[in-house]
Design a protein around this ligand. Structure first.
Ligand SMILES: C[S@@+](CC[C@H](N)C(=O)[O-])C[C@H]1O[C@@H](n2cnc3c(N)ncnc32)[C@H](O)[C@@H]1O
Length: 248
């Protein structure tokens, strides 16, 4: 490439990056403004940190070892950062873009799948409706003694739970789908306080059903979540999470 072309290329890329950042900031500011107008916004940050805590795959591997789970399914694999670290007898990973073993959406997978699994990790599209669909499908194909894990249940800030990555950690509104699961009578659910909040779902009577009846769970407010999250999510420690599948 001629030097003048290389210079143009570098400047063009630099400009594109800056423009992307400006667009993202405008989008984020308009969401904050809408959040303020809808009484949804809170500037509070949840008083939690994931540093020096176990990861999602530490928890998954400990559960596999302790409960002899054999058939692992991961929904949303990305770079396989988790998938490649899982020590299960059989592993199946679904992602339309990268990683895993099946190049398709979770909806396509569940529509054609005939198998069952004893441990399922849901970490696909971080938007309420898709997470709810993924969780209900996961419950359907889960063995009775199996366990479902869900990543990103605990956004620490308003920005982190927007419907698009707004810079920094992005958890989307997975939390709203999980709070809804907490109201079901026939599943028991809790969120382990590690790695952006790892939700756990077992097929049994709900021991601590959440009594919350909004018109629509998608309209839950982050402003309320900030104070109510321990009850809404039923938060538990890592040690409690290691025992969660065995509770009768
Ligand atoms: C946060 S990443 C997954 C990270 C991975 N599970 C881990 O722990 O390292 C989310 C992934 O979900 C995938 N995804 C997006 N829409 C999806 C869908 N409808 N079905 C399945 N995966 C989806 C994206 O391609 C992306 O790779």
């Amino acid at each position: 490439m001629a030097p003048e072309n290389a210079e143009f290329y570098i400047e063009h890329n630099h400009f594109k990056k800056r423009l992307g950042k400006i667009k993202r900031n405008v989008r984020t500011s308009s969401c904050v403004l809408r959040g303020i107008l809808n009484n949804d916004y809170s500037s509070k940050r949840l008083p939690l940190s994931w540093d020096d805590r176990p990861t999602r795959f530490d928890l998954i591997n400990r559960l596999i070892a302790n409960f002899h789970y054999e058939n692992y399914l991961e929904v949303g694999c990305s770079t396989d950062a988790c998938f490649q670290n899982i020590a299960a007898k059989t592993k199946l990973g679904v992602d339309p873009f990268s990683g895993g073993t099946h190049r398709m959406t979770s909806d396509e997978f569940f529509a054609s799948n005939k198998g069952t699994f004893d441990i399922i990790f849901v970490d696909g599209l971080h938007q309420y409706a898709q997470v709810k669909t993924d969780l209900l499908n996961a419950v359907r194909v889960l063995d009775d003694d199996g366990i479902i894990l869900v990543h990103d249940c605990l956004p620490l800030s308003f920005r982190a739970q927007l419907l698009f990555p707004a810079g920094g950690a992005w958890n989307g509104d997975v939390w709203k789908a999980f709070v809804e699961m907490r109201t079901h009578d026939d599943i028991d659910a809790a969120v382990c306080l590690i790695d952006h909040g790892v939700g756990m779902i077992a097929k049994r009577k709900n021991r601590k059903p959440l009594s919350l009846h909004p018109d629509a769970f998608i309209d839950l407010r982050f402003k309320d979540f900030v104070d109510q999250y321990p009850e809404w999510l039923n938060t538990i420690t890592f040690d409690e999470a290691l025992r969660f599948p065995a509770i009768v």
